[in-house]
Design a protein around this ligand. Structure first.
Ligand code: FE2
Length: 130
């Protein structure tokens, strides 16, 4: 299954598609087709949007956005952080003023995927390979 994150370039609405639309226009907001948010990635040490995983215990992982903490103001913040392990996906939604971090009941092991969504800079991903 491939979930797609869509954003309206006019009003900023964000939605997640679980099952793709087969109609010609796709999902429409403000009279225009919503645009897919393409997952971005970069060097964790240089880009503050890339989620950073840290072992808490054998079965828990702390995820922080990012190596330098991302702002959490109403205007510019992380909306959610999630951790994906195969078909299991756990997401924490965040509010302005909170720290951009979450602890998930999933081991930090090779193959897990960390994602976060910034309301200004979009979708960011890190796949743990070591
Ligand atoms: Fe951002």
């Amino acid at each position: 299954m491939k979930e797609t994150i869509l954003k309206c370039r006019i009003c900023g609405a964000v939605t997640e598609v679980i099952v793709e639309c087969q109609c010609y226009e796709g999902f429409v907001c403000c009279g225009q087709s919503m645009q897919e948010e393409i997952p971005q990635t970069a060097d964790q040490t240089k880009e503050k949007h890339v989620p950073v995983g840290e072992v808490v215990s054998k079965w828990e992982t702390k995820v922080t956005v990012g190596s330098t903490l991302h702002p959490m103001t109403e205007e510019h913040r992380i909306l959610w952080i999630e951790m994906i392990d195969g078909s299991m996906r756990v997401r924490k939604y965040l509010e302005a003023g909170e720290r951009p971090e979450a602890v998930f009941p999933i081991a930090f092991k090779p193959g897990v995927i960390l994602r976060e969504y910034c309301n200004v800079h979009g979708l960011w991903v890190y796949e743990h390979k070591e």
